[in-house]
Design a protein around this ligand. Structure first.
Ligand SMILES: Cc1cc2nc3c(=O)[nH]c(=O)nc-3n(C[C@H](O)[C@H](O)[C@H](O)COP(=O)(O)O)c2cc1C
Length: 196
């Protein structure tokens, strides 16, 4: 499968890291774009250094999965993911900031992440958004409703606690497993309700 992963500047870097590597482990070819704010949040939440340069953040994030992960800059509209003519199976923005939700809901496209999501919507392809914000304003809620009506799956970064979670990794896996489910990727990251 060919999947686009956009990482924006909402809290939730561990979800993005886990999802990227789960996609790679599932054999996906991944196109990856991280917004400027996304880099700052990854650097803060994963590497404990908000000032870590972009290239170093991406080097650490991708690790040894470089064969399957193509990194595109925020402004790289020559990337295949900027066009509906490229064959892409699914798109996911994880985590998805409210700034990006607002931009997408308005139909604006300021970077490749917005453009890729907008392509997914217009081509009626699978698009999963993983927002993280609390509380939500009526502006956020309207934006999310608009995107849901346009076909996006709104999959909040809101882990359940009913599958025996004992660690933060278990909670991260819960959200990532639901994401993979909606992207159409088989996974056994968590035990399924009713099967144990
Ligand atoms: C450490 C940190 C955490 C943030 N957490 C959130 C968040 O959880 N949700 C959110 O919507 N914005 C959050 N923001 C604000 C966004 O990064 C900001 O609105 C930015 O403009 C988003 O741009 P982007 O969507 O292009 O990445 C956070 C910013 C920082 C620096």
């Amino acid at each position: 499968m060919r999947v686009f992963l956009g990482i924006t500047g909402a809290s939730g870097a561990p979800y993005a890291q886990r999802l990227l590597h789960a996609l790679v482990e599932a054999g996906c070819e991944v196109g990856l774009t991280v917004s400027g704010a996304g880099i700052q949040v990854l650097a803060t939440e994963l590497y404990d250094d908000p000032r870590l340069p972009r290239d170093e953040v991406l080097r650490r994030l991708v690790g040894d999965a470089g064969d399957q992960v193509a990194v595109y800059g925020e402004g790289d509209f020559s990337s295949p993911f900027a066009s509906g003519s490229a064959k892409v199976d699914a798109y996911v923005i994880c985590p998805c900031s409210m700034a990006t939700v607002g931009t997408l809901a308005s139909g604006a496209m300021q970077n490749l992440i917005h453009r890729a999501a907008s392509v997914a919507i217009k081509e009626r392809r699978k698009l999963v958004l993983v927002p993280r914000e609390t509380p939500l304003s009526s502006i956020h809620l309207r934006g999310l409703a608009t995107l849901n009506e346009a076909g996006a799956v709104i999959l909040f970064a809101a882990p359940g606690f009913y599958h025996g979670a004992k660690t933060i990794d278990d909670l991260v896996d819960f959200v990532v497993a639901r994401c993979l489910d909606h992207l159409g990727i088989d996974n056994e990251l968590i035990s399924r309700w009713g099967t144990t």
